[in-house]
Design a protein around this ligand. Structure first.
Ligand code: IPM
Ligand code: MG
Length: 358
């Protein structure tokens, strides 16, 4: 039996997470596994109920589970709270840190059925299959932050960007291992022409590279990488980068898959891993059944693969998603002429049905 902590969170989180649970339940019945789902509050929803965005009970539940399924966190309602109570800073970042989830895997795969759904040209994106590995527990996100009032009455704000060689080495080795199991190409992204942490990053990649002589190593500045992702995305296999660059590049890379609603993620490194879509809580469409649940469903597939070692089951979910898209079913974010528009629940139902059938 596998224990799964279910944290819907805020905004569309409450709509997409049940659809991923539905997919997992379909896997349960088809393959005879037993998943035990326990729901808990996190983010703004937890703040409203308990006065804190990450209640101790929630953290304890995560620690005592085999994996965590998270929806999304944050929204305008909580944007003006003191910073430590804001859902992102008060819940999502501590959750990542407390669970020691230093490696964030974001696979950008273009499902063939979505070739025409992207705003980018077919010949550019056809065949895209990139794994972005984002360092998740260091860098600017976790550096000391401060505000100072200057003598002239103006203000100064500071965010410290720190990376230790230990933090860099473990994520870079992780990425090399992943590249070795894929097409054997690693692109390390930094800003070593300007930033000191990036210079250390590049040095360490250089030191480790000889241990992986079967993997081709490329260094790329982050500005160039953001351009190359649109110019010729098929040049990439595995991309490894620091926290902030990874955040920005993965939103960009999601468009290679048709929609940010297609980009799943796995955050691993500690005893318990966390699975969440790469997108946010989308307050503008929350509560309207317009959200695309596929990124969350695909995150559940990643859970089966990485936390439970259920590769076949994981592939069945991915295959179900592929078939539903090939049959022309779409949520609004992917809508094109001549396709069948579904709401969040209908899309989840269809994927669950396919899981049981194929
Ligand atoms: C992501 C999100 C988060 C991040 C936000 C919600 C804090 O954008 O997971 O990419 O910046 O890490
Ligand atoms: Mg982001």
């Amino acid at each position: 039996m596998y224990k799964i902590a279910v944290l819907p969170g805020d905004g569309i989180g409450a709509e997409i997470v049940p659809e991923a649970v539905k997919a997992l339940k379909a896997v349960e019945s088809r393959f005879g596994h037993e998943f035990q789902f326990t729901e808990a509050l996190v983010g703004g929803a937890a703040y409203d109920e308990t006065g804190t965005p990450l209640p101790d009970d929630t953290l304890k539940l995560c620690r005592n589970s085999d994996a965590v399924l998270l929806g999304a966190i944050g929204g305008p309602k909580w944007d003006n709270l003191p910073v430590h109570l804001r859902p992102e800073v008060g819940a999502l970042l501590p959750l990542r840190k407390e669970l020691a989830l230093y490696a964030n895997l974001r696979p950008c795969i273009l499902f063939p059925g979505l070739l025409q759904a992207s705003t980018l040209k077919e010949e550019v994106i056809s065949g895209v299959d990139i794994l972005v590995i984002r360092e998740l527990t260091g860098g600017l996100y976790f550096g000391e932050k401060s505000r100072e009032k200057m003598p002239d009455g103006s203000q100064k704000a500071t965010d410290i960007l720190t990376y230790s060689s230990i933090e860099i080495e473990r994520i870079v080795r992780f990425a090399y291992e992943a590249a070795r199991r894929r097409r054997g190409k690693l692109c390390s992204v930094d800003k070593a022409n300007v930033i000191e942490t990036s210079r250390l990053w590049r040095e360490i990649v250089g030191d480790i590279a000889p241990d992986y002589s079967d993997v081709e190593t490329v260094h790329m500045y982050v500005d160039n990488c953001s351009m190359q992702l649109i110019r010729n995305p098929r040049q990439f296999d595995v991309i490894v980068t620091e926290n902030m660059f990874g955040d920005i590049l993965t939103d960009e890379a999601s468009m290679l898959t048709g929609s940010i609603g297609m980009l799943p993620s796995a955050s691993i490194g500690g005893k318990v891993a966390l699975y969440e879509p790469s997108h946010g809580s989308a307050p503008d469409i929350a509560g309207q059944k317009k959200a695309n649940p596929l990124a969350t469903i695909l995150s559940a597939a990643m859970m089966l693969r990485y936390s439970f070692d259920l590769e076949k089951e994981s592939q069945v979910i991915e295959q179900a998603v592929r078939l539903v898209l090939e049959e022309g079913y779409r949520t609004p974010d992917l809508m094109e002429d001549g396709r069948n528009l579904l709401d969040t629940v209908q899309m989840g139902d269809l994927v669950a049905q396919k899981i049981e059938l194929i």
